[in-house]
Design a protein around this ligand. Structure first.
Ligand code: IMP
Ligand code: MG
Length: 189
């Protein structure tokens, strides 16, 4: 049985809304203003979207900034199951641009164990960029397994599995316009 057959409507898979559309919009605007201030005097800024989870956040965040920047995209897969990362990262799609001497802003959906981003940052420093900063929409600090905090963070959230605004459950629900907590019965199956 597919999720569509079972639940009929995506919204029925959501236990409760954690962050609604209006709150997301307001916070993304603030993050955009913060980035605009911090990068106002910088050339060679590259904002890198980590596919696929960050794609919705990225599209909104870029348009909330007023900086001279280039867009680029990376897909990384970390081995592990749907809800747990191993920290071993493979670059499934690399970015097109060289980042040597450039200011890199990594845009990610969520920092959970932190293993994916800390590994990716290590890899990217080998390319000798001028700087690397991370901008995560969500942060679940209670789950951290290494020493890393996002440089820019939208919301700190409790340890619950969330979906929507780019975040998926088994690759679906990314198109939900808000951040919702998935009903436990959905992933208990
Ligand atoms: P980390 O290496 O444990 O920090 O893993 C981060 C990745 O795990 C994110 O990019 C998401 O793809 C995924 N992830 C972690 N928590 C959630 C969640 O609550 N909902 C959806 N995906 C999540
Ligand atoms: Mg992801």
């Amino acid at each position: 049985m597919t999720l569509r057959e079972k639940y009929k409507d995506m919204h029925y898979m959501v236990d409760h809304v954690l962050i609604d559309e209006e709150t997301l919009k307001k916070r993304v605007k603030e993050l955009g203003e913060e980035l605009s201030r911090d990068y106002a005097d910088k050339d060679d800024v590259i904002m890198v979207c980590i596919l696929k989870g960050a794609v919705v956040f990225y599209a909104d965040l870029c348009r909330a900034t007023n900086i001279f920047m280039k867009m680029d995209f990376m897909a990384i897969s970390s081995y592990g199951d749907a809800q747990k990362t191993s920290g071993i990262v493979r670059i499934a799609k690399d970015m097109d641009s060289s980042i040597t001497g450039k200011h890199v802003i990594i845009v990610e959906d969520i920092m959970d164990s932190g293993l994916t981003l800390s590994h990716l940052i290590r890899l990217l420093w080998e390319r000798q960029p001028a700087s690397i900063k991370t901008c995560c929409l969500l942060d679940k600090p209670s789950r951290r397994e290494c020493e890393i905090t996002p440089d820019y963070c939208g919301f700190t959230i409790p340890n619950e599995f969330v979906v929507g605004y780019g975040l998926d459950y088994n690759q679906e629900m990314r198109n939900l316009p808000y951040i919702g907590v998935l009903k436990p019965e959905v992933y208990a199956e």
